[in-house]
Design a protein around this ligand. Structure first.
Ligand SMILES: [Fe+2]
Length: 402
């Protein structure tokens, strides 16, 4: 008897509203007409949309052939997931908003501390318990759902901090935010966050003179640097509670669509959605980060580099989605207004990405700080963004304006 014949079928009727990625649809049950339909796995939002567009209201799924969303994501390289609607943000009073900002700041500070401890323990060769990281990830995901801009804002504000700690934390939060935007389940979002926190842990095994070398690495040095992925996986394989999503982030964040990445030179269909998303986020954060020997580039320049690599290094659809998720001017970006003032982006505008909410802080003409004024560019006609600028160029410490 073949495997297919021996499988126990387990049918269930599911409304089109409740269809999830990974479900195996065997038939259309409502409306009962002649809808031409080929049974199969819901492997992307496109399939789901197609069902809806032809008027399907209810389907019968076979649970025995369905996969958990995580499994489907790890196996399926298709990446045409649709962004979810932005969760409704409830209007907060000034006091509540202040309280929420303080909580976010506290949470971020705690996460930095925890990440520092994790890396210190690893350096000392101690066994690491990832349970506290998971707990923290839960709180961070909550915070990202409540106010994605606030958390991402903190991650974009570059302080002179330990690079590895900040990079890991930022990759985790950017991954979680992108996962939320792509409509992934809360569990996968949390695992993406923890995966980000752990993705570069192997770097503690790389000699400092290579890890912190200003300028280009030699061929031999780069070969040594590449080993951080293998070291990281060795560490994860020794740790308990590491999920497939977390492991995939760590294993594949340097793989490229064209097969020219490392350590395994995986390409095309060998790279699942989680791998593709990880590469984009890792490169974005590395490009925008300030290092002791070089200033990070503005988000807009990093977006251009991602777009240049779309189709070769990166999944082109996901690059576009990532830029959309971050906004043309991500929170934390310093912009120059046509009135020759500098302003800090503090809230994206989904409807009109060119008109975010900003804090005006500096007059370029008089080279002096101004009384801080918050304006919603979509509500005024007097101010307009000219371009994004590099805060280093103006010597402005943007962190103090949060
Ligand atoms: Fe890495």
């Amino acid at each position: 008897m073949s495997t297919a014949q021996s499988r126990v079928e387990n049918f269930q009727h599911v409304s089109i509203r409740d269809i999830k990625l990974g479900m195996f649809v065997v038939a259309v049950t409502k409306p009962k007409n002649d809808i031409h339909f080929k049974p199969g796995l819901i492997s992307s939002e496109a399939t789901f949309r197609a069902l809806r567009s032809i008027g399907v209201e209810e389907v019968r799924i076979d649970l025995s052939r369905s996969k958990h969303q995580t499994e489907a994501l790890l196996e399926n390289p298709e990446s045409n997931l649709a962004p979810v609607d932005e969760p409704e943000q409830t209007e907060l009073t000034a006091d509540e908003a202040h309280e929420q900002r303080q909580h976010t700041k506290k949470l971020y500070a705690e996460a930095k501390l925890l990440q520092t401890k994790l890396l210190d323990s690893l350096k000392n060769g101690e066994t690491v318990d990832i349970a506290p990281l998971e707990e923290m990830a839960d709180e961070l995901v909550d915070s990202i759902f409540k106010n994605p801009d606030a958390m991402i804002y903190l991650s974009r504000i570059r302080e002179k901090d330990t690079y590895l700690m900040k990079h890991s934390l930022n990759v985790g939060m950017l991954l979680a935010n992108f996962g939320r935007y792509l409509g992934l389940s809360r569990l996968v979002i949390k695992e993406l966050l923890v995966g980000g926190l752990l993705h570069d842990t192997g770097k503690i095994m790389i000699p400092d003179e290579i890890l912190h070398k200003p300028g280009k690495l030699t061929f031999d040095e780069f070969e040594i640097m590449k080993r951080h992925v293998k070291y990281g996986i060795q560490f994860l394989d020794k740790s308990e509670g590491i999920s497939e999503v977390m492991r995939t982030v760590a294993a594949n964040h340097h793989e490229r669509l064209d097969g020219l990445g490392y350590p395994n030179g995986l390409k095309g269909d060998e790279l699942c959605l989680i791998s593709r998303v990880s590469t984009i986020v890792d490169v974005y954060d590395a490009l925008t980060a300030d290092r002791c020997y070089k200033k990070g580039m503005p988000s807009t320049t990093a977006f251009r580099i991602l777009l240049e690599g779309a189709g070769t290094q990166f999944d082109p659809i996901l690059v576009k989605k990532f830029i959309k998720c971050m906004g043309v001017y991500p929170v934390g970006t310093l912009v120059k207004l046509k009135s020759n003032k500098l302003a800090l982006v503090i809230e994206r505008n989904e409807e009109s990405p060119l008109k975010p909410v900003v804090k005006i802080i500096y007059s370029v003409a008089s080279t002096c700080y101004l009384n801080v004024e918050t304006i919603d560019l979509s509500n005024v006609t007097t101010e307009e963004i000219e371009c994004a600028v590099d805060h280093n160029e103006y010597g402005i410490n943007v962190a103090q304006f949060y």
